[in-house]
Design a protein around this ligand. Structure first.
Ligand SMILES: [Zn+2]
Length: 160
């Protein structure tokens, strides 16, 4: 069957930046299974897959706003280094789980370290970047009524 809203789709995928650096890939991992039309994959990719069948391959180049969003400069903040006293491997590129004032957690990336301050950036690492997605459609099937009601696929009949 062809991909349309309300299908459960299995894909193999590789996400790269425009320099060809692989950010994420299903190679060697489980393929990604999502319910088409319910926001289960990055926004710009979904329309590109409509009408494709199992076995189809495609490569899609997505602008930042179709992928992980524009880079927002005010999400990068300098924090006193003393706030990181209990972290011994503090270095550029380290990803940390940070808690906001309302108690929710999000991931930040350390983007600069000096003797007194540490810059942490809450942007997604791929924010502001063009993203190239190589996709192979592995399987397409109709969703069950339960899956449509929940808005996500059930893997082996299990609700996650
Ligand atoms: Zn469910």
């Amino acid at each position: 069957m062809k991909i349309e809203k309300g299908c459960v789709v299995t894909i193999e995928y590789t996400l790269k930046d425009s320099d060809g650096n692989v950010w994420e890939s299903s190679t060697g991992e489980e393929p990604w299974i999502y319910l088409h039309g319910f926001g289960g994959i990055i926004p710009g990719l979904e329309p590109e897959l409509v009408g494709k069948q199992a076995g189809a391959t495609t490569s899609v180049t997505l602008a930042p706003e179709q992928a992980y969003g524009a880079y927002e400069a005010d999400l990068a903040n300098a924090v006193p280094r003393s706030a990181f006293a209990d972290i011994d491997n503090l270095e550029v590129g380290l990803r940390l789980s940070a808690q906001t004032e309302d108690g929710s957690t999000h991931t930040v990336t350390v983007t600069a370290v000096d003797d007194t301050t540490v810059t942490v950036d809450a942007n997604h690492p791929m924010a502001g970047k063009e993203v190239i997605v190589d996709v192979t459609v592995v399987a397409v099937r109709p969703a069950t009524p339960d899956e449509l009601e929940h808005g996500h696929p059930h893997i082996n009949g299990q609700c996650h």
